[in-house]
Design a protein around this ligand. Structure first.
Ligand code: SAH
Length: 371
């Protein structure tokens, strides 16, 4: 594990933050723009190689700042082109991210927390519990690693990522302080230049977070993990529903989308055999979404070891989709990608982390018993 560093991680700062930093360093603000180009466009993190900076500035940057990247612990390609990385952060925590190429589009599924506190009953990340929030820099590092691994340096200057979804491990709306600047960097032309519509934040339904996103999120796309059309069932599947029940969640969705003409909210709905996939559930779902510009994304349940559910049958899935479509709801079945490498929705579990922790505990016990 790397030594903890007290240097400023430049990946934590969006353009406004970097401008302020350079002013504090006694420099002109536009140096921040140059720095962003070096790091994000040219893939250069070594301050000494930043030839348009003075020697004095380079020395100052070396002394106080760094571009902190995780170590890549695993890099797994899937047969379908999907690729999953396990990243080890400087404090030993690990997170996973998934790269999903699809024709012209290439989406990175980014984690926002190490573990998750929400305990959804069908999600494997929930099994590892909550470790901590990621910093903005740790989210941005995921894009940097993917971009460099997939594109740079062979592909200099070309944009590798067209879309980002905050749909990996964690609940992004419980980590707003870091998610907001990270989303700025994703959209900044001096960094990744991804348009706001192509940055999607997915939430299990943290109502105050949706309202804050409306105020401060700059119009990114919103996805809501609904998964059940009534409170009794949703309480069981997505326990945060007990705090923010469906009616409140839908009201927040209306507020979010009201000032955005031609936009819709994506509602994710995991298809669990015999649990939430009957025609009755479909009809209730139609009623819940009434009046909200919506796209429904049906996600076949992705099983993981000891999970209590089965995926809906193809017939149940088709019938459910058909009922929604007939009511006028745009409804897609999400293609399952990266199944052979456990990279599909809800399978990001940081397995290696769990093993490492167990062995670290054992090692600690051994040392104590010897001393
Ligand atoms: N906390 C956020 C983002 C992470 S989950 C949220 O809840 O939206 C990303 C998506 O994968 C969510 O829709 C989640 O409900 C879904 N998901 C979780 N486990 C799954 C599984 N085993 N099979 C299919 N989808 C799953």
């Amino acid at each position: 594990m790397a030594e903890p560093s007290d240097k400023i991680n430049l990946l934590d700062l969006d353009r406004a933050g970097l401008h302020a930093l350079f002013i504090e360093l006694g420099e002109k603000g536009f140096r921040a723009d140059q720095l962003m180009k070096w790091v994000y466009h040219d893939g250069v993190d070594d301050f000494d190689a930043m030839t348009n900076f003075s020697k004095v500035l380079r020395a100052r940057l070396n002394e106080r700042c760094e571009v902190r990247l995780p170590t890549i612990e695993a890099d797994q390609p899937s047969r379908d082109g999907t690729r999953k990385w396990l990243l080890r952060l400087s404090d030993g925590n690990a997170v996973e991210m998934v790269y999903i190429p699809d024709g012209e589009r290439a989406t990175l599924c980014v984690s926002s927390q190490a573990g998750c506190s929400l305990n959804c009953s069908f999600c494997s990340t929930a099994r590892q519990g909550f470790n901590r929030n990621l910093t903005a820099g740790e989210m941005i590092a995921q894009l940097v690693v993917a971009q460099r691994r997939v594109g740079l340096p062979e592909n200099r200057g070309e944009r590798v990522l067209t879309n980002v979804v905050l749909m990996g491990m964690g609940e992004p709306l419980l980590n707003m302080e870091a998610v907001l600047p990270a989303m700025n960097i994703m959209q900044d032309d001096l960094a990744f230049g991804i348009s706001k519509r192509r940055v999607t934040l997915s939430t299990a339904g943290v109502v105050p977070g949706i309202d804050r996103l409306l105020q401060e999120g700059g119009g990114v796309s919103l996805a809501v993990s609904l998964h059940a059309p009534d409170d009794a069932l949703r309480d069981a599947l997505v326990p945060i529903n007990k705090k923010y029940p469906i009616a409140e969640l839908m009201a927040a969705c209306r507020r979010y989308i009201d000032d955005k003409p031609h936009r819709a909210i994506t509602f994710e709905y995991v298809m669990l055999d015999g649990v939430n996939d009957t025609p009755k559930h479909a009809r209730k779902l139609i009623a819940v979404l009434e009046g909200i510009p919506s796209k429904v994304n049906l996600i076949p349940f992705n099983p993981f070891p000891n999970s209590p559910y089965r995926t809906s049958t193809p017939e149940a899935l088709a019938r459910f989709q058909e009922i929604l479509i007939r009511s006028g709801l745009s409804t897609m079945v999400r293609k399952t990608r990266g199944e052979d490498i456990d990279a599909a929705c809800g399978q990001l579990a940081g397995k290696v982390l769990d093993r490492t922790r167990r062995s670290a505990r054992h090692a600690g016990a051994d040392i104590r018993s010897v001393s």
